[in-house]
Design a protein around this ligand. Structure first.
Ligand SMILES: [Fe+2]
Ligand SMILES: [Fe+2]
Length: 175
C-alpha cells in the first residue's frame, strides 16, 4: 500500500471512530436536551481513547512523512503552511474536547455534544483539505515507486502509534 492510500485509509478510520462517538452522544427522540441517563460513560471513554489513539497515530505518520515531503519537494509554501496550521488547530480542538470529555461528570451531555460537533466539523474540513489539495498534488509530483516505499516505511510507525495509544488511552490526546 502506498503512503497516500495508507493515509486515506486512516481518514476513513478517523471518520468511523468519530461517528461512533457521535452516535453514543446522539439524543434519542422524546428525551430532554440533557438526557444524562442515556450515556454509558465507560464505553464512551473507551471509545474516546480509540479515537484519540487513531488520530495520534495518523498525525504522527503525516508529520514524519507527509509534511516533510511537502517541504522537501518545495510543493508550495502556502500549502505547506496550511497543512501545519490545519494540524495545529485540530490538535487544539482535540485538547478542548478531551478536557471536556475527561472532566465530564455525568451531567450536561449537551456540552459534550456541542464540542463534539465542532470537532467533527474541524476534522472533516482538515481531511477534505488533505484529500483534495495535498494528496492529489503529491501523486502528481512523486513517482509511484517512492510513494510505495514511503508507505512501507510508514506502516510500522503507524502500528506502533496505535499500540502506544491503546496502552495509554487517557494520555493519547496530549502532546
Ligand atoms: Fe492531517
Ligand atoms: Fe490526514
Amino acid at each position: 500500500m502506498d503512503l497516500i492510500d495508507m493515509l486515506l485509509q486512516g481518514h476513513e478510520r478517523l471518520r468511523g471512530s468519530l461517528k461512533t462517538l457521535d452516535e453514543m452522544l446522539g439524543r434519542p427522540s422524546g428525551v430532554g436536551w440533557d438526557d444524562r441517563t442515556t450515556l454509558d460513560r465507560t464505553r464512551f471513554s473507551l471509545q474516546l481513547g480509540v479515537f484519540l489513539a487513531t488520530f495520534k497515530a495518523h498525525e504522527a505518520v503525516e508529520r514524519a512523512y507527509l509534511s516533510r515531503i511537502v517541504r522537501q519537494i518545495g510543493l508550495d509554501p502556502e500549502l505547506d503552511a496550511a497543512v501545519d496550521e490545519g494540524h495545529r488547530s485540530l490538535e487544539e480542538m482535540l485538547r478542548l474536547f478531551s478536557a471536556v470529555a475527561t472532566s465530564y461528570d455525568g451531567d450536561h451531555v449537551y456540552r459534550l455534544r456541542t464540542v463534539l460537533s465542532q470537532l467533527s466539523a474541524e476534522l472533516e474540513r482538515h481531511l477534505i483539505f488533505e484529500e483534495t489539495q495535498v494528496f492529489p498534488r503529491l501523486r502528481e509530483s512523486l513517482p509511484a515507486g517512492l510513494l510505495r516505499e514511503l508507505g512501507r516505511r510508514a506502516g510500522p510507525r503507524r502500528r506502533a502509534g496505535l499500540k502506544a495509544g491503546a496502552r495509554r488511552p487517557s494520555a493519547a490526546g496530549r502532546k
